[in-house]
Ligand binder design. Structure first.
Ligand SMILES: Nc1ncnc2c1ncn2[C@@H]1O[C@H](COP(=O)(O)OP(=O)(O)O[C@H]2O[C@H](CO)[C@@H](O)[C@H](O)[C@H]2O)[C@@H](O)[C@H]1O
Length: 815
C-alpha cells in the first residue's frame, strides 16, 4: 500500500539487522534513516492507534495526538525488500537527510527551551521548601529525568550523531510522548459526535497528554474500587454501556482516519509557543447564548483569542435555554447538592476553535432571562452544582474525541458565581493528591455586583458610602460576592476547616459567609479587568469589604484591560447594521456611513431626522453603579442644548420608571428604552454621536470601547477602566479620545458634556480627528489574550498551596 514519498509507515518490529514495516522486512543496511532510530522512540501511541500514523514531511505531526515526530519520509519501495540503491534512491536519501537537518535544528531549539525551563525549575526547587509544587514542563518531569539530558541532547543531535542509536533521542521524544492507547479508548467521544465539523481536526492541533500527565481520575479509579471512591466525586455515569459502544465506533473511525494519508497540514507553530496549555473558562453566562452584561461578552470573546494563540480552549456554562448548536453528549453525572443527588447532562459544541460545554440540569432550565434570579438558596445551589460539575468536565467530557485531562490545565473562573471552583479544586482534589498540576485563575469583573435599594446611612470610617448602602439595604445581598449568614457554609459541602476561608466580618453586616472571599484566597492567580480597577480594589472605597484580602494577595493580582470581539463589534461587519436603513462602515467610509446610521436610528426611534443635532446615547444596567441617575439630573440642562438623547437599559424598577418618565416629559427629544436588546445596543452605538458613561465605578467598561470602535465619542467618569481607556481630548495637541470628569456628579457631567458639544458644533476637524483616533485603535482581544497567557503560565508554575514563595513576592509581582 505504501508508495514513494508520503505514506504512513507502521513500524511492526525492529530487530537486529532488519526491520519490519507494514509486514515487509527491510535490511538494516538499506534502510532509510528513520529505521535507525531505536524502536522506543517510535513506540508512542502504540501500533494500533494514533501515533503509529506518522507522516512524511519535514516535521510531521501525528494525525491523532499531534505530537511532533521525526522526519519519516519513506524512501523504500512499497513492496518486497528494498533493492539495490539506484541514483534515484540516492537523491531521495540526500533530500531526506537535508530535511532531517532542518528537523534537528528545530529540535535543538526545543532542547534549548527545555534546558532554560530546567534551569528555572532548578531555581524554584532551590528556593522552595515544598518539593510537591515542582511542576512538570511540557510533560517533562524534572524530578525524574536524567540529569545529563540538557547537555547531552543539544550536542548529540548533530548530523554525525544522528546515525547512531543515540539514547538521547529517546529522551527527547519521550518528553513529547503521546498518551497511552488505553487512555484514548477510555475517554473517547461518541462517533457521531467526533465527526462534527472540525471536531476531530481540532484535537490534533494540541499536544496530547504525556504519560506523566495521565489524569489523576484514572489513577484514582485504577487504584480503588468504586465503593471506595471519595464521596465528592460524581456518581458514575448512566451511560457506560452506551459509551462503550460509542467508544468502539470511535475506535473504528479513528483507525480509518489514521490509515488515511495525513501529510497535508503541518501547521505553523502556535503564537503561544511552548506555553500552549489547556484552558477552561467557567462562567455563569456566555454570549451569544446567555448574556446579562459584560461578563457574557468576555466569556464569548476571550476564549477565541486564547485559541488563536494556539491554546486548547473550552468554555463551560450552564445550559439555560434551548440552544441550537450544542449537542447532547449522552454523558451524565450526579453530584450532591444540599444532600440531594442532582444529575447533570453535558452538551457540547465546537465553534471558532473553541469547545463549548454546557451543563444541563433542571435547576438551570428556563431561566435565561433571569440568570441570577430566585432566592439566596436557589442561587447558591445552582452555583454549587455548576462549580462541582465544571471541575470534572476535563475528566468526563471528550471534545473532538479526547478529554482535556488535568495535566497542563488552568481553569479561569469569573466573579463570585464561580468563585467556588478554585475552592473545590483545592479541597476535593489537590488536597487529596488529585489534579495536582491543575491551576485556577479567578477574574474579578465586578466585586460589587448589583444591589437594588438605597437608603441614607451615616458614614462609618473606613467603609465607603456605596458599601454601606450595599450592606444595609440590598434585598438581594446574595447578588453581592455570594454573601450570606455563616450557616450557609453547610450548603457548599466542604470540610469544616474550610469555613475560615469564607468567614468575614464587617462593621455593618457583622460576621458573615462570603464566597468571593474564599475564591480570592484559594485561586492561584487573580485577574481584574483594568489596571485602574486593580488599584481601586485595594482601597476601602473600591474593595467593597474585600480590600484586605486583595491587599494580602497583592502579589497574585494583575489588571488586564478587556478587549472587544472584532467580529461582533465591528462597524464594518456588524450584522445589526445590514437592514432598516443602517449600513456597515469603516474608517474609510464613516463620513457617509455613520450619518446614515444616525438617520436610521432617529427614524427607528421616531425622533426628528436631523444630521446637525448631536445624538447622545446611554446603554447599561440600570443601577447605582452606572450613574444613570446623574444623566437624569442633567436632563433639564441638556434640553436647553438642542440635543437628542436615547437611553437603553434594564435593572432597578425605580430607574426603569425614571427612564419612562423622562421620555414622557421630553418626548420630542428623548427616548428611554426599557429592555434588553442586543440589536438596539449595536444600533445606538453606531448611530449616536456621543456615548455617556457616568459610572460611579467601572471595573473596565465595554461600551466605551465599542463606542470608540464605531467613531462615537465617549464622555465618561474617569474611574477604573474608563480612566484607563479614554484618554482626555487635548485641543492643543489634537490628541485624546473623549471627555472625562473627575467626580460622579451631575455638575461635572454637564461640564464635560458641554465641552464635548461645543467641539462637535464648532470644531468639525477636531471632532473627526477624535473619531478617527478612536476607530484606529487596536482594541481586539488579541493583546489582552497575550497578557492572560502570562498569568496562566505564572499560575502553572505556581505553588499548589497558592502561597507565593518570598522570591516571587519580590521579583515576579503581577502588577
Ligand atoms: N439593556 C441592554 N440591552 C442590550 N445590551 C445591553 C443592555 N445593557 C447592557 N448591555 C450590554 O451589556 C454589556 C455591558 O458591558 P459593561 O462593560 O457595561 O458590563 P457590566 O457592568 O455588566 O459588567 C462588568 O464586567 C465587564 C466585563 O469585564 C466590565 O467591563 C464592567 O466594567 C463590569 O461592571 C455591553 O455589551 C452592553 O452593550
Amino acid at each position: 500500500m505504501a508508495s514513494m514519498g508520503s505514506l504512513p509507515f507502521v513500524i511492526d518490529t525492529a530487530i537486529e539487522g532488519s526491520i519490519l514495516l507494514h509486514g515487509k522486512s527491510y535490511s538494516r543496511s538499506k534502510l532509510p534513516f528513520f529505521a535507525y532510530r531505536p524502536r522506543k522512540s517510535l513506540d508512542f501511541g502504540g501500533l494500533t492507534f494514533g501515533c503509529s500514523n506518522v507522516v512524511a514531511e519535514d516535521t510531521a505531526r501525528c494525525s491523532f495526538c499531534c505530537h511532533r515526530v521525526m522526519n519519516l519520509k519513506a524512501t523504500g519501495k512499497d513492496s518486497g525488500e528494498v533493492g539495490e540503491s539506484d541514483e534515484h534512491e540516492e537523491d531521495t536519501l540526500h533530500a531526506t537527510i537535508e530535511k532531517s537537518k532542518k528537523v534537528l535544528a528545530m529540535q535543538r531549539d526545543l532542547l534549548q527551551q527545555i534546558a532554560e525551563r530546567r534551569k528555572l525549575v532548578t531555581t524554584i526547587k532551590s528556593s522552595a521548601i515544598d518539593p510537591e509544587g515542582i511542576p512538570e514542563v511540557d510533560g517533562v518531569d524534572f524530578e525524574q529525568s536524567d540529569s545529563s539530558l540538557t547537555s547531552l541532547d543539544v550536542d548529540a543531535l548533530t548530523d554525525g550523531g544522528y546515525t547512531n542509536e543515540d539514547s538521547s533521542r529517546d529522551i527527547v521524544l519521550s518528553a513529547n510522548t503521546a498518551r497511552q492507547p488505553d487512555d484514548d479508548l477510555q475517554e473517547v467521544l461518541p462517533s457521531s459526535f467526533g465527526k462534527g465539523k472540525g471536531a476531530k481536526e481540532h484535537v490534533k492541533n494540541f499536544p496530547a497528554k504525556s504519560s506523566l500527565e495521565v489524569d489523576s481520575y484514572k489513577q484514582l479509579k485504577g487504584t480503588m474500587r468504586s465503593s471506595e471512591l471519595p464521596p465528592f466525586l460524581s456518581a458514575s455515569s448512566a451511560t457506560s454501556t452506551l459509551e462503550h459502544k460509542k467508544t468502539e465506533d470511535f475506535k473504528e473511525s479513528s483507525l480509518q482516519e489514521v490509515n488515511a494519508p495525513a501529510n497535508e497540514d503541518v501547521k505553523a507553530p502556535p503564537l503561544a509557543g511552548t506555553n500552549v496549555m489547556n484552558v477552561i473558562l467557567v462562567a455563569a453566562e456566555c454570549a451569544p447564548w446567555s448574556k446579562t452584561g459584560g461578563l457574557g461578552d468576555v466569556a464569548g470573546a476571550l476564549p477565541k483569542a486564547l485559541a488563536r494563540r494556539g491554546h486548547r480552549v473550552m468554555v463551560v456554562a450552564p445550559f439555560y435555554g434551548i440552544y441550537a448548536e450544542p449537542q447532547n453528549t449522552g454523558i451524565r453525572k450526579r453530584y450532591k447538592v444540599d444532600g440531594q443527588d442532582m444529575e447533570v447532562t453535558y452538551f457540547q459544541a465546537y465553534i471558532d476553535n473553541v469547545d463549548y460545554v454546557f451543563i444541563e440540569s433542571p435547576i438551570f432550565r428556563n431561566i435565561e432571562n433571569n440568570i441570577y434570579g430566585g432566592n439566596r438558596m436557589d442561587i447558591l445551589k445552582r452555583m454549587v452544582l455548576f462549580c462541582k460539575a465544571a471541575v470534572e468536565v476535563p475528566w468526563h467530557v471528550p471534545c473532538g474525541g479526547v478529554c482535556y485531562g488535568d495535566g497542563n490545565l488552568v481553569f479561569i473562573a469569573n466573579d463570585w458565581h464561580t468563585a467556588l471552583l478554585p475552592v473545590y479544586l483545592k479541597a476535593y482534589y489537590r488536597d487529596n493528591g488529585l489534579m495536582k498540576y491543575t491551576r485556577s485563575v479567578l477574574v474579578i469583573h465586578n466585586i460589587a455586583h448589583q444591589f437594588h435599594v438605597m437608603l441614607f446611612v451615616s458614614h462609618i470610617p473606613g467603609y465607603s458610602l456605596d458599601l454601606m448602602f450595599l450592606l444595609l439595604n440590598c434585598p438581594h445581598l446574595h447578588c453581592t460576592q455570594g454573601r450570606g449568614p455563616v450557616d450557609d457554609f453547610s450548603y457548599v459541602d466542604l470540610p469544616p476547616h474550610y469555613l475560615d476561608l469564607f468567614r468575614m466580618f464587617d462593621p455593618v453586616g457583622g460576621e458573615h459567609f462570603n464566597i468571593f472571599a474564599a475564591g480570592l484566597k484559594t485561586a492561584d492567580r487573580i485577574v481584574t479587568v483594568s489596571h485602574g480597577y486593580a488599584w481601586e480594589l485595594k482601597t476601602s472605597e473600591g474593595g467593597w469589604g474585600l480590600h484586605g484580602i486583595i491587599n494580602e494577595n497583592d502579589w497574585k493580582v494583575k489588571g488586564i484591560v478587556n478587549g472587544i470581539d472584532a467580529k461582533d463589534w465591528n462597524p464594518q461587519l456588524d450584522a445589526h447594521l445590514k437592514s432598516d436603513g443602517y449600513t456597515n462602515y469603516s474608517l474609510e467610509t464613516f463620513r457617509s456611513g455613520k450619518p446614515q446610521c444616525k438617520a436610521a436610528l432617529q427614524k427607528e426611534l421616531g425622533l426628528l431626522v436631523r444630521d446637525d443635532i448631536p445624538l447622545i446615547g446611554f446603554i447599561g444596567r440600570l443601577d447605582h453603579q452606572k450613574g444613570v441617575d446623574l444623566i437624569a439630573e442633567a436632563v433639564p440642562w441638556m434640553m436647553g442644548q438642542d440635543v437628542q438623547l436615547v437611553m437603553l437599559g434594564t435593572g432597578r424598577p425605580d430607574l426603569e420608571q425614571m427612564l419612562r418618565q423622562i421620555e414622557c416629559q421630553h418626548h420630542d427629544k428623548i427616548r428611554g428604552w426599557v429592555g434588553f436588546s442586543v440589536k438596539t445596543a449595536h444600533r445606538i452605538t453606531a448611530g449616536a454621536d456621543i456615548l455617556l458613561m457616568p459610572s460611579r465605578f467601572e471595573p473596565c467598561g465595554l461600551n466605551q470601547l465599542y463606542a470608540m470602535a464605531y467613531g462615537t465619542i465617549p464622555v465618561v467618569h474617569a474611574v477604573g477602566g474608563l480612566r484607563d481607556t479614554v484618554q482626555p481630548f487635548d485641543p492643543y495637541s489634537e490628541s485624546g479620545l473623549g471627555w472625562t470628569f473627575g467626580k460622579a456628579e451631575a455638575g461635572q457631567l454637564i461640564h464635560a458634556l458641554g465641552n464635548c458639544l461645543y467641539t462637535y458644533r464648532e470644531y468639525k476637524n477636531s471632532w473627526e480627528g477624535l473619531q478617527r483616533r478612536g476607530m484606529m485603535q487596536d482594541l481586539s482581544w488579541d493583546n489582552a489574550a497575550h497578557h492572560y497567557e502570562e498569568v496562566l503560565v505564572a499560575a502553572k508554575y505556581q505553588w499548589s498551596d497558592a502561597k507565593a514563595p518570598l522570591w516571587l513576592r519580590r521579583s515576579d509581582r503581577c502588577d
